[in-house]
Design a protein around this ligand. Structure first.
Ligand code: FES
Length: 129
């Protein structure tokens, strides 16, 4: 049941039809005003992609360029935020920083944030592993 919960989220649906695991997610951009400006970001929790549950952080770099990473800090699992002025993901709990590829820039975290693939059309993001 948890598998389906992410797909019931407003503006969020399973992509690719038949499989219960869902190999991709579609994000309807107009449902997320945070993503209407460059540097804006949105955390979406409890999604399932390719059978793996995760929280995502989606950052708009430009109209045609988005970065999507797992938002779960590898230290103690807080959700990271995005600091546009430094182009870094910052953990509010103990201060770990990650770059746009998800690599650790500053600890205490010692592991990277997994990065997702993103396809952009005019109104929809398709996110895959
Ligand atoms: S949980 Fe992120 S730095 Fe500790």
């Amino acid at each position: 049941m948890l598998l389906m919960s992410g797909f019931l989220f407003s503006g969020f649906k399973r992509f690719g039809g038949e499989s219960d695991s869902g190999t991709a997610l579609e994000i309807v951009l107009s449902d997320y005003p945070e993503l209407s400006m460059d540097g804006g970001y949105k955390v979406i929790k409890d999604v399932m992609i390719d059978g793996i549950e995760d929280n995502l952080i989606i950052v708009r770099q430009s109209e045609k360029n988005y970065v999507v990473l797992s938002s779960i800090c590898r230290h103690k699992k807080c959700n990271v935020k995005f600091r546009n002025s430094k182009q870094l993901f910052v953990c509010p709990c103990h201060g770990s920083n990650y770059d746009l590829e998800g690599s650790v820039v500053k600890g205490p975290s010692s592991g990277p944030l997994p990065k997702y693939k993103v396809e952009v059309n005019e109104t929809i993001l398709k996110i895959t592993r």
